[in-house]
Structure formats: C-alpha cells, structure tokens
Ligand binder design. Sequence first.
Ligand code: SF4
Length: 283
Amino acid sequence: MKHMTICDVCFRHCDIPEGKSGFCKGRTCKEGKVIPFNYGKITSIALDPIEKKPLRRFYPGSKIVSIGSFGCNLNCPFCQNYEISWSEEVEFMKKRARYISPEEILKIAKIYIDKGNIGVAYTYNEPLIGYEYVLDCARIISKNGLKNVLVSNGMVELPILDKLLPYIDAMNIDLKSFDEDFYRRLLKGNRDQVLKFIEAANRSCHIELTTLIIPGENDSVEHMRDLSSWIASLENGKNIPLHISRFFPAFKMTDRKATDIDLVYRLADIAKEKLNYVYTGNC
Ligand code: SF4
C-alpha cells in the first residue's frame, strides 16, 4: 500500500502520495514524511532596489539580495510571475534551479553590503511553501546583523508564520481583494486566512500590502473603500503602506486589457481617505 501524508503548511492540506508533489509543486512526500522538494533550489537571484519588493517605507534607497525558488500554493489566473510560479514552465525552472546553501546566501549578502545591500528578501515565487529554507537562511542572516524581508501571498497556516516571525524584519503581503468570493472563486483560496496572517505579521514587524487591480474583478470604488477601511482598523493601520498596482494581461487572463491608469489613480485617492501611505505601481 502506498504511503500518503498530509501537508500542514497551507490551507490546502494536500494528501501527498509517496514520491509525488503537492499542489504547489514545492513539497513532496519521502519515506512517509512531507519535505520541501525545493529546499535551497534557487531559480532567481538579484540585487534589487528595496522599492521593487515593493517596500517604500523600509530603508528607502537601499538594495536587497532577492532570491526565489519555484512553485506556488495559489493558482491565480492573473499571475504576473507565472514563469517561476506556475505553468509547464515550472518543470523547466526545476531543471534550471541551482542549490545555494544558507551559508552561501550569507556570503553573497555580505559581498553586496558595499553596494547598499541590507540583507535578503525571499520573493519571486511563494517562499513559504519552502519555509524551512527561509527559516534556515533568516536565522543566519539575522545573527549576522542583516535584515530579512518576506514577500508572501499570506496563505499559509499561522503556526508556520509564527516560526519565522522572530527573524523577519519586513514583509510585503498580497491582499488580492477584500471580497471573500474573489478568493474562493478565482484563487480557490481563503480570504480570512490572509487577513489573520496580515494581523499577526503587523503585530511583529514592518508590513506593506499590495493589491493588484484587475478590470471587472476588484476594481470598484466600494471594494477599495472596504479594503482600505479594514487596513485602517488594524493596530497603527493608518500608517500601513498600501501599493495599488496595475494589471497587465498575463498567464490565463489574457481576455482583458491592462487596468486603466486613471482608475488606478482614482482608487488610490479613495484609499488615501483612510490611509496615510498609498502608492501606485506599474502606472
Ligand atoms: S504547501 Fe503545497 S503541498 Fe503543502 S498543503 Fe500547501 S499546496 Fe499542498
């Protein structure tokens, strides 16, 4: 009989047969134990401006060594980063990935201090599907006086987040919509889990949030009022930066045009009624 094991990292709780992958393609079952198949397998590494994460109120003007692996626990049809997160390209990225140990990541981070580097950002794909690697890197980076930045969709179980929070200095978290139905219908996800994730992160480190505006899906004034009011209701919520970003046709959503720039600005004005720091992106 084949062994199957439940993964407890995210809301999907995949039942993974021995030797197969979970939904995200980043975790597998080996000898009856769920392990991160993508541990340390880096597909992208770059020294990015911190504003590209995006973080606008955390060490502005600095740079950060940014690393990513492959796979994602969501399957957003509008994914703007699908080459490394989804599609058949994942198989290609798996082959392209190069193992870099946490100790090597520290060495790289130190080399670039002279170029303005402040630490390491875990980004590009969903880093928390391989949280063990993030944890091992974050411990060593933090111990050496550098910063850890996490860019996440916020769709993992809170005990996983709790393990990481002591080492994380800043996060950018996607709040893709305030509409429960949007998360359920388009993402097969769970909005409330994201809201709880954001609340927990906000109690522990600097956070900024990102909302991609998709025409016909989450682009109404009422929706932006609800979303920004909820953010403002959090602890020090008025000072949480919100990035409102413009959608471009991508992945499975090529049936509509890029978001109208004037609409992005209008929604930013609505958000500014509640929040002190609202930024527009891709405009
Ligand atoms: S992290 Fe991946 S394998 Fe684990 S439950 Fe989520 S989608 Fe499934």
